[in-house]
Design a protein around this ligand. Structure first.
Ligand SMILES: C[S@@+](CC[C@H](N)C(=O)[O-])C[C@H]1O[C@@H](n2cnc3c(N)ncnc32)[C@H](O)[C@@H]1O
Length: 225
């Protein structure tokens, strides 16, 4: 039984430790994509929407999307709050600038990115930290910048904890489910203007037992300044 941690910063830190323990396993022995077709469609949507070449990835994990965006000719900064992932990206893709950064405390220069790519990273963000985090990300974007996110919603949960994330005993991971009207309000309050919702399907994720049993669905957002 996982005891509830009342401090959202503590939960964020607990998430980081949980990823640290499984980062090598999560990354696999070599770069690979879980659902290449879905990822390709997400990246294409993002690439069509950005007005310049400076791109920041938030929660890059082992870096497959940063690598792809770099190959498309973009100037990519790959970030994650987990040292282990940053080291994996540096090792596998030395041509990419990888930097340790917690999205709740961005430490990069303001107005320096044309686009931010966040694939399945804000799914772990404690709800209480969302408003400040989105405001911080908004400040990193240039005037016509865009934020891309994939998020989850659930017909059953507002949030849930998987106690043995990565099949590791006592390795709790928080999943935050975002209703579309809720995240839209937060994005508008953070200073974003036009918001687009997309549903890029994935046979893999739509049939994953741990998602099906929790009523979880994925969707994508483009938030423009
Ligand atoms: C589901 S994984 C997705 C990884 C990668 N985007 C991909 O698609 O393979 C979530 C990632 O978000 C990162 N993450 C979670 N919370 C974060 C935070 N507060 N700041 C930065 N990275 C975070 C995790 O370390 C992990 O790499």
């Amino acid at each position: 039984m996982i005891s509830a941690n009342p401090c959202p910063e503590g939960i964020n830190d607990r998430n980081r430790r949980a990823y640290a323990g499984i980062a090598l396993k999560y990354a696999g022995p070599e770069p690979a994509e879980d659902d290449p077709e879905m990822r390709e469609r997400c990246r294409a949507l993002f690439c069509r929407s950005i007005k310049g070449k400076n791109v920041l990835e938030i929660g890059c994990g082992p870096g497959v999307d940063s690598h792809y965006l770099h190959k498309k000719g973009l100037n990519v900064t790959a970030t994650d709050f987990c040292d282990e992932f940053v080291d994996i990206v540096k090792d596998r893709f030395p041509e990419i600038h990888a930097h340790k950064m917690d999205m709740t405390r961005p430490d990069l220069s303001g107005e320096s990115f044309d686009g931010i790519y966040a694939f399945a990273s804000l799914i772990h963000l404690p709800r209480e930290l969302a408003s400040g985090t989105l405001q911080g990300l908004r400040k990193l974007l240039k005037k016509e910048g865009v934020l891309f996110m994939t998020l989850i919603d659930s017909s059953i949960h507002r949030e849930y904890v998987i106690p043995n994330w990565g099949n590791q005993e006592n390795n709790p991971m928080l999943f935050t489910c975002w209703r579309q009207d809720e995240i839209e309000l937060l994005l508008k309050s953070a200073g974003f203007g036009k918001i687009e919702f997309h549903n890029i399907g994935s046979a893999l994720y739509e049939n994953l037992p741990r998602l099906v049993e929790r009523g979880v669905t994925n969707y994508q957002i483009l938030a423009f300044i």
